[in-house]
Each structure stands twice: as structure tokens, then as C-alpha cells.
Ligand binder design. Structure first.
Ligand code: IDP
Ligand code: MG
Length: 154
């Protein structure tokens, strides 16, 4: 089982999509193990988007990610990193397939509603970046036995 990081970006918060997006993840069977609202600092964003700091659009990305508080989520499940990335869709909302979150809620390369960790290694790093250890709750809902078969839970 894996835990992955999702950020509901200002484009989700300011459009009032938070509830619908949280519902999608829960409906899929992912367990919310952490969730909080925070205003992202420039320093944290420079760390989180270190691979993009030299791109010409970076100042716009900074402004976009600071336009409102965001919601950060820790989602737990089997292959959660890959499952959540599939649900998120392509980076550009115009290219993201219908049925994905970006495909259904966005038409932009920047204002694309959600961030999701792209690998197991990055999920571990990113969860530590946004959550303190006591903000992630390792509970298992009793309904888990109807969500997975026993072998999948190993
Ligand atoms: P990802 O969010 O699908 O993992 P990344 O390449 O890691 O995509 O980019 C991080 C974020 O930076 C994107 O989600 C998007 O908000 C923004 N971004 C990426 N490429 C562009 C671009 O070409 N123009 C504007 N914003 C971009
Ligand atoms: Mg990325």
C-alpha cells in the first residue's frame, strides 16, 4: 500500500471544486489519511517546483499557487501514486482526457486544479514537505475488506 500527496490548487479552491474532487478520490476507494488548508510560501513552492524554477512561466506559477490557500491531502491505497496520477490526467487541461480531474475541470496548462506526486520516491519527499508526522493518520476503515481482496492488502 502507498500514500501519495495531492494538492487542490487555488484553481480548485477558488472555483469551489474542493468537495467534488475529494469525493472523486473517496469514491474511487482512496483513504484520506491527512487533509489541511495552508497558504503556500514562495520558499516552499521553489522547493516543490525546483524542476521548473528556470522556466519562463515560473513567476506566473508562483502567483497562481499563492492566489488562495490550497488543500493538501495524503491519500492511501494500493498503488495510490499511479492511481491518483491516472485520475489527475495530463498536465495541460486541454489535453487531459475527459473523465480525469484535469480533463473535466480545466482548460489550462497552468490552472490545472490538482497536483499529484509522480513517483513513490517523490510522494515520500512531498508528504514530508507538506505534513508533519502527526498530521497523517494511519487508520484503516472497516470497509477496506469490501474495497480490496486479501492479497491486494499485503
Ligand atoms: P504535473 O503537475 O502534471 O506533474 P509538471 O511538469 O510537474 O506537471 O508541472 C508542474 C505544474 O507547473 C503544472 O501542474 C502546471 O500548473 C505548471 N506548468 C507546467 N508546465 C507549464 C507550462 O508550460 N505553462 C504554464 N504552467 C505550466
Ligand atoms: Mg510534476
Amino acid at each position: 500500500m502507498e500514500t501519495t500527496l495531492v494538492i487542490l490548487k487555488p484553481s480548485a479552491v477558488l472555483h469551489g471544486y474542493v468537495g467534488q474532487i475529494v469525493q472523486r478520490f473517496q469514491q474511487k476507494g482512496l483513504v484520506v489519511r491527512g487533509m489541511k488548508m495552508m497558504q503556500l510560501s514562495e520558499g516552499l513552492l521553489r522547493e516543490h517546483y525546483a524542476h521548473l524554477v528556470d522556466r519562463p512561466f515560473f513567476p506566473f506559477l508562483l502567483r497562481s499557487m499563492q492566489a488562495s490557500p490550497v488543500i493538501v491531502m495524503a491519500l492511501w491505497g494500493k498503488d495510490a501514486v499511479e492511481v491518483v496520477r491516472m485520475m489527475t490526467g495530463a498536465t495541460n487541461g486541454r489535453k487531459a482526457l475527459p473523465g480525469t480531474i484535469r480533463g473535466d475541470f480545466s482548460v489550462s496548462g497552468q490552472e490545472n486544479i490538482v497536483h499529484a506526486s509522480d513517483s513513490i520516491e517523490n510522494a515520500e519527499i512531498e508528504l514530508k514537505r507538506f505534513f508533519k508526522p502527526d498530521e497523517i493518520f494511519e487508520y484503516i476503515p472497516s470497509s477496506i475488506v469490501y474495497t480490496y481482496e486479501p492479497d491486494e492488502l499485503k
